[in-house]
Design a protein around this ligand. Structure first.
Ligand code: FE2
Ligand code: FE2
Length: 292
C-alpha cells in the first residue's frame, strides 16, 4: 500500500453511523432548478442497488486477499458502502412521500445489479473470472465516485444557489468517504488481476453503463416530478448548462479524469485530497452526530 505525499498512510477506514432528517427538505432542493436537482438525484436511485452490489462482490473477494493491510481496507470499504446505500435509500422514501414515485425506475436498477451483474452460480475458474470482471468494473466506477466526491466537497456554487444543507451534508459526507477510500477498489483489482487491457475494457463498459443509466434516470425523474409534470424533457445534455454553472459536475471535468485513468501509471490517490475529506468529516453535522 502506497500513500502519496500529504496523504495519511495510517488511515483506518471506518463506517460512520449517520442519520438524516428529510422531513423539511424540499423536492427541488436546488431552489428553482429541478433540472440540476434531478441530475444529482439520479444518484439516489442508482446508489442503493449499486453499492449493495459492491458489498456483495467485495465480500466474495475478501478470502482471496493475501495482504493484511489491503484486507483491512476492503473490510472498511464494505462497511462504508453499506452505510451509503442505506442512507440514499431513505431519500427515496422522502421522494415518494412528496409525490415523486421513483419505485418503478428503482426496480429496474435493482434488477440490473442483482440479475445482470449478480452471482451467476458459477464454480471454479469461471467463478473467479466473473468475480475479477466485476471487481474491474467496480474499480472503474469507483474512479468516478472518487472524482465526484472531490467535486461535491468543492462545489461552492451549490451553497451560493441556496441548496438544502441537509442534502448537501449527505452528499458531502458520502463524497468525503468516497475520497477517503478511493484507492481501495483499484488496489484490490491490481492485487487480483491488474491487466491494463481489463482496466481499459472496464472503463469503456462503465462509461456506457453510467451514461445510459443517467440519461434514463434523469428523463424518468423529469417526467415523474409532480411539479415539472414532464414540461421539461430530461437528459444528460442538460449537464452543459448545469456544469458550466457549477451546479453539477461538467462533462469536461469528468472526461479529463477519464484521460488520467487511462494512463498506465494511474493512481486514484492523485484524485482529490484525503486531508480535505477528513476535514469535512470533522465538520459534517451528520458525521459529528454519529460520533456522539
Ligand atoms: Fe459510496
Ligand atoms: Fe466508494
Amino acid at each position: 500500500m502506497t500513500a502519496q505525499l500529504g496523504e495519511p498512510d495510517n488511515l483506518v477506514l471506518q463506517a460512520r453511523d449517520v442519520r438524516f432528517d428529510w422531513s423539511t427538505v424540499p423536492l427541488h432542493w436546488i431552489p428553482g432548478d429541478p433540472v440540476a436537482t434531478h441530475l444529482i438525484n439520479v444518484l439516489h436511485m442508482l446508489l442503493p442497488a449499486g453499492e449493495e452490489w459492491f458489498v456483495r462482490v467485495f465480500k466474495e473477494a475478501v478470502p482471496l486477499v493475501r495482504d493484511d493491510r489491503l484486507r483491512e481496507d476492503v473490510l472498511g470499504f464494505i462497511g462504508q458502502e453499506a452505510m451509503h446505500a442505506a442512507s440514499h435509500e431513505a431519500v427515496l422514501d422522502h421522494f415518494v412521500e412528496q409525490g415523486l414515485d421513483v419505485r418503478p425506475f428503482v426496480r429496474q436498477v435493482d434488477f440490473f445489479f442483482e440479475s445482470m451483474l449478480g452471482d451467476r452460480g458459477l464454480t471454479g475458474d469461471r467463478r473467479r473470472a466473473w468475480l475479477n470482471e466485476r471487481i474491474s468494473l467496480i474499480a472503474a466506477i469507483e474512479h468516478f465516485t472518487g472524482v465526484l466526491g472531490d467535486w461535491i466537497l468543492n462545489a461552492e456554487e451549490l451553497d451560493r444557489a441556496g441548496a438544502d444543507p441537509m442534502m448537501l451534508d449527505l452528499l458531502r459526507w458520502h463524497g468525503a468517504e468516497e475520497v477517503e477510500h478511493r484507492h481501495v477498489a483499484h488496489e484490490l483489482f491490481m492485487h487480483l488481476d491488474g491487466r491494463y487491457s481489463v482496466r481499459l475494457r472496464a472503463m469503456a463498459e462503465s462509461i456506457t453503463m453510467l451514461t445510459s443509466l443517467w440519461q434514463r434516470g434523469h428523463r424518468y425523474l423529469m417526467a415523474a416530478d409532480p411539479i415539472v409534470q414532464g414540461r421539461i424533457k430530461g437528459g444528460v445534455r442538460h449537464m452543459r448548462r448545469t456544469g458550466l454553472a457549477g451546479l453539477t459536475p461538467s462533462g469536461r471535468m469528468v472526461g479529463a479524469s477519464v484521460g488520467r485513468y487511462l494512463r498506465r501509471g494511474y493512481s486514484p490517490l492523485n484524485e482529490g485530497s484525503t486531508e480535505q475529506a477528513i476535514a469535512y468529516l470533522a465538520s459534517s453535522p451528520a458525521a459529528q452526530a454519529a460520533l456522539r
